[in-house]
Design a protein around this ligand. Sequence first.
Ligand SMILES: [Zn+2]
Length: 279
Amino acid sequence: MTKTPQQKLTEDQTHKAYLIAKYVYENPKTKTIAQGAKELSSEHKVNFGTAKILIRVLQDLLSGLEFTRALNEYTMRYYLQNITLDYGLSARDRALMALMKHIIYRETGNKLTGRKPVKQIAMRLAYEEFLSDGDKYKGLAEDQIEQEKILKNLVNKNLINKSIKDEIRRMNGDETEIITITLSLYKRENRAVALIKLLRGAKCQMCGTGILKQDDSYYIEAAHITPKYMGGKETLENIIILCPNHHKEFDLGACKITHRDTKSIAFTLNGQHYNLSLD
Ligand SMILES: [Zn+2]
């Protein structure tokens, strides 16, 4: 087999690779690995060989199977994090199992084929971090799942904006961590976030995107303007609704807030200017 030289991927290409690979995994009858790879290479300029690897590896991670071709560290971490977010903790554990099989494969040479053992330092580090950092990702994934459950219940209730806003404001004054809604226990902050998502139409406030899920609801994330660890709360003034791509860019990119009051926020993010309503 001829080896395809792996190209250096941009973060956006990694994001697109994940989305296409996820689609192929969930809809194998609609799109094959080869079709997905073709799309990734023609529309997002990833070379075809690399595109196939990117799609196959996600299938192997989700199935807990050994894979032989390597991903770069950024892509591996991106995949692990998004697997956790999209498929939950057991999927993350399966993915880590697949990664460990891969590490062992790469670190074991083969005398017959002349394959040399290669130390997998970056991959071992990612593995260790995702394993021990489980709690961080656990919190993230579970909150996201809970918010979606609440949002799904809220959507059919035809609530008017004023009553949604009133509830968000009321919740902010409430210090109870856990609340009961129709016999289910929820974290108060997840209820508040779900209400804000509902109010703002479950679409990214920066680009208008919402990710349609199989059950016809939308996947969307909430970003804190003042981070939680700095005391930022789940209020209309402090939450913006973003797609996963813009959420990452908002958290990791070069961001300068140029104006902020209780009704809107304006900022420059990686050189692009945005003005978002906080109403
Ligand atoms: Zn967006």
